[in-house]
Design a binder for this molecule. Structure first.
Ligand SMILES: [Zn+2]
Length: 299
């Protein structure tokens, strides 16, 4: 774990997997932007304790396991306030609510994999809210849905923009076979929206600190769209979801070794298929009582 200064009172914890922003209210009181993955809890706690930090608040970008995994642990330890976009907060309230985002999981799977995320969020950030005051500190909110249903990007008083998972770094692009988005159509719009935000520094959760992000936005959009084109190329005839998934696994050499990974990959692939339908590149037909996806002939 590294403790890196970004600008002014804005710092990050580099966990290796993620950058977790810290905003220092004073020498010891801090606001965390996201709380990290529960598997990295020990290292995060060590860093917080060695700096004598007291967590006063957690401002969350979205309710994924690697972003809010330590929320309730930290709340128990520091009695801090947790703020999250309203829909993400509602989802994280119970296993039944989480089912809205993880439709293909059984309730038991949700409890096993996401049980530690379930709890109450103190402050719900509404969908038209553009700023939030937490412990006397004013943060600006940019709504960037798509990666998750109500993902937000956050600007600290130092003009540092944390884009969370709305963008991925070049390093992640290099290793990503099929990058994740819950709703790719919206995710691409949100990436474009970030182009208008002028800040002094930009933090990408996975994982980088940049002075400008214009080129990164263009490269992200191109990367996702190229992947969608590759998916489309595999749809040589009317195919069921399972048939498409099988060809994608082969073509991208994706190895699935757990039911959890299956669920993630399945959701990811659906997102690409839904995007292709949203942009009228495929049609949906019923054949022998089953849904089939068919590429639209553009010639
Ligand atoms: Zn995420």
């Amino acid at each position: 774990m590294k403790h890196i200064h970004v600008k002014g009172s804005t710092y990050v914890i580099d966990t290796g997997m993620t950058l977790i922003p810290i905003y220092k209210i004073n020498e010891f009181d801090i606001i965390l932007i996201d709380s990290g993955y529960h598997g990295e809890r020990e290292g995060i706690m060590k860093l917080l304790e060695s700096n004598h930090y007291h967590v006063k608040g957690i401002l969350c970008s979205h309710a994924h396991t690697d972003h809010i995994g330590n929320n309730h642990f930290l709340k128990t330890n520091y009695n801090c306030v947790i703020a999250m976009p309203a829909y993400e907060a509602i989802a994280a309230e119970s296993a039944i609510h989480l089912k809205a985002n993880y439709g293909s999981y059984s309730l038991k799977e949700i409890e096993e994999h996401f049980g530690h995320l379930i709890g109450t969020t103190d402050i719900w950030i509404q969908k038209d809210q553009t700023e939030i005051e937490l412990e006397g500190i004013l943060f600006r909110i940019i709504h960037t849905p798509g990666h998750s249903t109500s993902h937000i990007s956050i600007i600290t008083p130092d003009h540092v923009l944390f884009v969370g998972d709305a963008l991925i770094s070049y390093e992640v692009m290099k290793g990503a076979k099929l990058p994740y988005a819950f709703l790719l159509t919206e995710d691409l719009k949100s990436k474009e929206k970030l182009r208008d935000i002028r800040c002094d520094k930009y933090i990408v959760a996975h994982k980088g600190i940049y002075d400008t992000i214009d080129q990164l936005i263009s490269d992200n959009i191109q990367f996702y769209q190229e992947r969608a084109e590759k998916v489309l190329e595999l749809m040589t005839e009317p195919m069921s979801f399972e048939e498409i998934m099988e060809s994608i696994l082969k073509a991208f050499s994706i190895n699935i070794n757990s039911q959890y990974k299956f669920r993630v990959i399945e959701r990811m692939i659906r997102s690409y298929i839904e995007y292709l339908h949203d942009v009228d590149r495929i049609t949906i037909i019923i054949k022998d009582g089953f849904l089939k996806y068919q590429a639209v002939d553009v010639n």
